[in-house]
Design a protein around this ligand. Sequence first.
Ligand SMILES: Nc1nc2c(ncn2[C@@H]2O[C@H](COP(=O)(O)OP(=O)(O)O)[C@@H](O)[C@H]2O)c(=O)[nH]1
Ligand SMILES: Nc1ncnc2c1ncn2[C@@H]1O[C@H](COP(=O)(O)OP(=O)(O)O)[C@@H](O)[C@H]1O
Length: 206
Amino acid sequence: MKLNDRGLLVVISGPSGVGKGTVRKALFSMNNHDLVYSVSMTTRKPREGEVDGKDYYFVSKEEFLQRIEGKQFLEYAEFVGNYYGTPLDKVEEQLDQGHEVVLEIEVEGALQVREKAKDAVFIFIAPPSKKALYDRLKKRGTESDEVILSRMQKADREFMLAHKYDYIVVNDDVNNAADRIMAIIRAEHAKTERTIHTYMKLLKEV
Ligand SMILES: Nc1nc2c(ncn2[C@@H]2O[C@H](COP(=O)(O)OP(=O)(O)O)[C@@H](O)[C@H]2O)c(=O)[nH]1
Ligand SMILES: Nc1ncnc2c1ncn2[C@@H]1O[C@H](COP(=O)(O)OP(=O)(O)O)[C@@H](O)[C@H]1O
């Protein structure tokens, strides 16, 4: 339970191709709660249609390494040849303002956050089956067969770490998965002291 009135940090993670990005977008499209998405920084090149500052902050490897040196990331990881990291200052700023901040990151980075942010909520997105994960990677069509195989092997290792998370949400259907995540955030929010304070204040007013 959180003991102050800072926002809640929500970490959504899981294997590549499980549908993290898709579910996160569904979550934000139904957002009637005070959720803010933490835009990550990366050294990967923008894909067509991606906007700097919205999808990612796109930076050079030199700049990323300097920022690691300057301890400017809450967490970072190297993922298939590129760096990805969560800018610490932005997350802190939003949490201080009382917003719930959502990170959508891969497993190694999530476990770094687990060590640092004891009161964050960790959600592992799992596929309904290994076959479904393979089919999704294949269908997305962004990786070669060789890369898909290495991601499947990586996923096997990541499944072994799912028990380190607070919740496992199976992404069978995108909207169902987003609904379940929203229910988790609401329930965790309801446990926070600030919610209880607000309620007690209300009781005094009536
Ligand atoms: N550790 C960490 N992983 C991230 C961050 N931002 C994105 N990722 C993850 O990096 C992986 C690759 O992302 P991306 O290149 O956008 O490809 P895609 O999500 O597989 O389409 C995904 O698993 C993302 O969730 C971050 O700030 N930190
Ligand atoms: N519940 C689902 N059912 C079927 N396909 C899905 C589902 N969720 C995501 N997908 C598809 O799976 C592929 C991988 O999803 P994506 O969000 O890119 O995964 P990640 O961000 O975890 O790498 C995409 O083609 C996406 O449309």
